[in-house]
Design a protein around this ligand. Structure first.
Ligand SMILES: [Zn+2]
Length: 332
């Protein structure tokens, strides 16, 4: 059984453009000092949704940012053939680093191994974010790419939260966020609890003690790298998971999230929580909790969801919809 859902409630957070930029400044500076990656270096990434301002853009195969420094590929349809063409585009683009989820990095790494594909020669660094990074996955990705690799803990609501140093400690980006671990209603250090984040940069829509839905602990021991900022240890977070199509193709959870994001955007953000569970190859349960004002929209939301299934590997899939009023086990 595989299930996904974003951590916590689905929430759209608005940012002032300058605040948004400022909230990434500490990360950019550390990326440079720790891994030698500057804002002028070229990055390739994969997207499940692309916003222009606050407007969600339709799916496109690949998009180059306005400043020409970022090339991003849609997470939809990541077959070996498509991954092969992504690698060619990355090499042509002169990618210096990759920013991607562990699940996508694994699909890419496995395609490289299976077909003996060339890694972009300009590549120096891989940054993994968006899903929990397991040690075994880190080893596989590191083994294939053979470049420096770091994990970034970030959320769509608060932007970067904590960034790994060379000693694999996740240092809190304390210029931009305050992180608290809450257990039994009280903040704790050195004990496992729910991760709460206060954004110190967002003046348009400030989030205070935002519960990310992830579980972790804060350590106040000094890291071997010498940095004094507290380090965060993730115990449970958005997992790195795959779904399997009828034809056996592995599909990143990011594709499902993309379908939900596009559905929600057209449906006045009616979906409050979701969970998608695989029953068999190509067969899924879609559990949706709608906001109270939209409970009569069940059929419209379902039709919109089906219309947004643009992942070629899911075209023949069978979907069973279940509407819940936020069951306790529903993560998303
Ligand atoms: Zn450190």
């Amino acid at each position: 059984m595989r299930a996904i859902g974003p951590a916590g409630h689905i929430m759209k957070v608005y940012w002032d453009r300058n605040d948004d930029e400022r909230s990434k400044a500490q990360l950019r500076s550390l990326r440079k000092s720790r891994y030698g990656i500057s804002p002028d270096d070229r990055v390739c990434s994969f997207h499940s949704a692309v916003y222009m301002g606050n407007k969600l853009m339709p799916h496109e195969g690949s998009i180059v940012s306005r400043d020409g420094k970022q090339l991003s590929f849609s997470v939809m349809g990541l077959t070996d053939e498509r991954l092969k063409s992504c690698l060619v585009e990355m090499a042509d683009f002169g990618a210096n680093w990759l920013s991607l989820r562990p699940s996508i990095a694994l699909l890419l790494a496995e395609a490289i191994e299976r077909h003996n594909l060339p890694i972009p020669p300009t590549l120096r660094y891989v940054e993994l974010t968006g899903e929990l990074l397991l040690d075994e996955h880190r080893r596989i990705i590191q083994g294939v790419f053979q470049v420096e690799l770091a994990f970034l803990c970030s959320s769509g609501e608060t932007n970067p939260i904590a960034f790994e140093c060379k000693h694999k400690s996740l240092h809190v980006l304390d210029d931009d966020v305050a992180v608290e671990i809450v257990k039994g209603g009280h903040p704790v250090i050195g004990e496992v609890g729910g991760i709460h984040v206060t954004s110190l940069r967002n003046h348009a829509m400030p989030l205070i003690r935002f519960e990310t839905g992830d579980i972790g602990l804060l350590l106040d021991t000094v890291c071997r790298c010498g940095e004094k900022t507290p380090t965060l240890k993730l115990v449970d977070s958005h997992p790195c998971e795959f779904f399997v199509s009828e034809t056996g193709q592995r599909i990143s959870g990011a594709s499902m999230e993309s379908i939900i994001e596009h559905t929600n955007e057209s449906m006045s953000r009616a979906i409050r929580k979701f969970r998608i569970t695989q029953k068999a190859p190509g067969e899924f349960d879609v559990e949706l909790a709608l906001k109270p004002a939209y409970v009569n929209w069940q059929e419209s939301v379902k039709q919109e969801f089906l219309a947004n299934v643009s992942e070629p590997g899911l075209k023949l899939a069978k979907w069973d919809f279940v509407y819940a009023e936020g069951s306790r086990n529903m993560r998303g």
